[in-house]
Design a protein around this ligand. Structure first.
Ligand code: FAD
Length: 459
């Protein structure tokens, strides 16, 4: 009897427990369903769709090596899976677990109608299983990280299974039918250049091997946006072209500080999924009290604020490091982590705009947009989350820019400033700004306003 493998953001053949268990049970029908209905207003953003197209293309050619195919459908996933089961006589659906609240609800519905077998494998350890001595989940990162490190004793990575095909293949859409790539306007030119040739499992592993050559310097250099010192594997990890377990194992003989720090970053990804598992609306709502609509200068309160939000989105705030980051994001679908922190903090604290507007923009523009990681990091930057980071701790974009040596990065992404030397490039004086945007607000003034706002709402 044929076995359905429901692929979502786990688009790989190696370390894919759902595929392996299906292959042991019978002929395999791998299916991808583009479902814009179940996630409702969390349907995938534009940059993610662009990435998904290429990830699916790579998966198709990986499956072709096994004389298998990817069945492509579109619509409500639960309904489509039931239809596919009816067409093929399959009764069992194998899938990896995902923790977005809409998928958890869908799992419940599907279980009522078909034999759904869920497997682990998208995280280092299954979310919800790393707990304190008394069995409660962790809220704070550091103890969670320590417990995760303690619990891991290496991983057995599942090899690609051999796949047998069903007697006949069910109907499938073509990849182009999903319309994942932008046409008019085609805004993806920068993404194509930046990520050219970098899709699918094999490309991700090659990229990781390149990164391993410099992993020893990771703990020192990862904060420097001008240096290519991080793995840039986040979109591959998000779409599951590689699993974090595969990377953990592949680090192998690299045992220094850099390797440990990199593993800790992988644990951040697990941590975010654990928070969403514990608090299903964590990416939608401030965790702490007192940060509701009234706290913020929100765009629906006037068009000046709407214009400021747009200036931030388009990289015209007048703060070079912030603008460089926002332009890198728009052009490539990716932004350096340190700059994500600075740009996010600027929106929330300097402009006092609700983090959810920033989260939404990132959701649409990041190729690695991830429900759990995005929300968790926005709450962390904003000081509205579970941790002890506080709203009143206000990052100064200019000293951050100097401290992390961002001159080269600014020259690359803000060409209006390319001729300026240090220190001016971090904060150009008026007579050197030329065509470059004026500051939306001065740093001191912004800081004062944020602190006053905090006092007004906390008192
Ligand atoms: P590396 O430094 O090579 O790290 C390796 C991997 O570890 C990353 O690919 C990622 O999977 C994971 N990781 C690293 N840092 C974090 C972190 N802080 N939180 C969770 N996972 C982490 N990351 C996303 O994957 N998706 C998002 O939507 C996302 N939104 C963010 C929003 C804000 C405001 C901030 C400050 C950070 C966000 N991050 C998000 C986290 C981080 O910026 C990216 O994971 C990282 O920059 C990706 O680059 P890299 O692959 O080179 O990372």
């Amino acid at each position: 009897e044929p076995q359905i493998v429901w692929l979502r953001r786990d688009l790989r053949l190696t370390d894919q427990a759902a595929l392996t268990s299906a292959a042991q049970a019978g002929p395999v029908i791998p299916v991808f369903i583009l479902d814009d209905e179940t996630p409702a207003d969390r349907r995938m953003g534009g940059a993610s769709r662009w990435w998904l197209h290429h990830a699916l293309e790579a998966l198709q050619s990986d499956l072709a090596r096994h004389h298998s195919q990817l069945v492509i459908r579109r619509g409500n996933a639960v309904e489509e899976l039931c239809k596919l089961a009816g067409e093929t006589g399959a009764k069992t659906v194998h899938a990896l677990r995902h923790y977005e609240p809409w998928w958890r609800r869908a799992h419940g519905k599907l279980k009522d109608r078909l034999d759904l077998q869920l497997h682990d494998g998208n995280y280092l350890l299954p979310p919800g299983t790393v707990t304190t001595g008394s069995g409660t989940p962790y809220k704070i990162f550091t103890p969670f990280k320590n417990a995760t490190f303690d619990a891991i004793d290496g991983f057995d990575i599942l090899p690609e299974p051999s796949l047998s095909s069903p007697d006949s293949w069910p109907d499938s859409l073509s990849l182009d039918d999903l319309d994942l790539l932008p046409t008019r306007p085609d805004w993806a030119g920068g993404l194509r250049d930046y990520w050219s040739g970098l899709h699918g499992t094999a490309a991700a592993i090659d990229r990781f091997d390149e990164f391993l050559e410099v992993i020893a310097g990771y703990s020192d250099d990862r904060n420097l946006p001008s240096v290519d010192a991080t793995s840039r594997l986040s979109p591959h990890l998000h779409f599951g072209e590689v699993s974090p377990r595969m990377l953990w194992e592949r680090i192998g003989r690299h045992t220094g500080q850099g390797a440990r720090m990199f593993r800790a970053e992988l644990v951040w990804r697990d941590y975010a999924a654990n928070l969403v598992c514990q608090f299903p609306d964590y990416s939608e709502k401030p965790y702490r009290d007192g940060y509701d609509e009234n706290f913020w200068r929100n765009p629906n309160r006037g068009h000046v604020i709407e214009e400021e939000l747009q200036a931030w989105q388009q990289g015209r705030t007048g703060y070079p490091i912030v603008d460089a980051g926002m332009r890198q994001l728009w052009a490539t679908g990716w932004m350096h982590n340190r700059v994500r922190m600075i740009a996010a903090s600027f929106l929330v604290k300097h402009l006092l705009i609700d983090w959810r507007h920033g989260e939404e923009w990132f959701w649409d523009t990041l190729v690695d947009a991830d429900y759990a990681s995005n929300g968790t990091n926005w709450q962390w930057v904003s000081g509205t989350g579970v941790d002890s980071n506080m709203f009143v701790r206000i990052m100064a974009p200019l000293s951050q820019s100097e401290k992390f040596d961002a001159a080269g990065y600014i020259r690359e992404w803000v060409p209006e400033l390319a001729d300026l030397d240090e220190p001016y490039i971090h904060d150009p004086p008026d007579h050197l700004r030329g065509d470059y945007a004026a500051r939306l607000i001065g740093h001191r003034e912004a800081r004062e306003r944020a602190l006053q706002n905090y006092r007004a709402h906390k008192d």
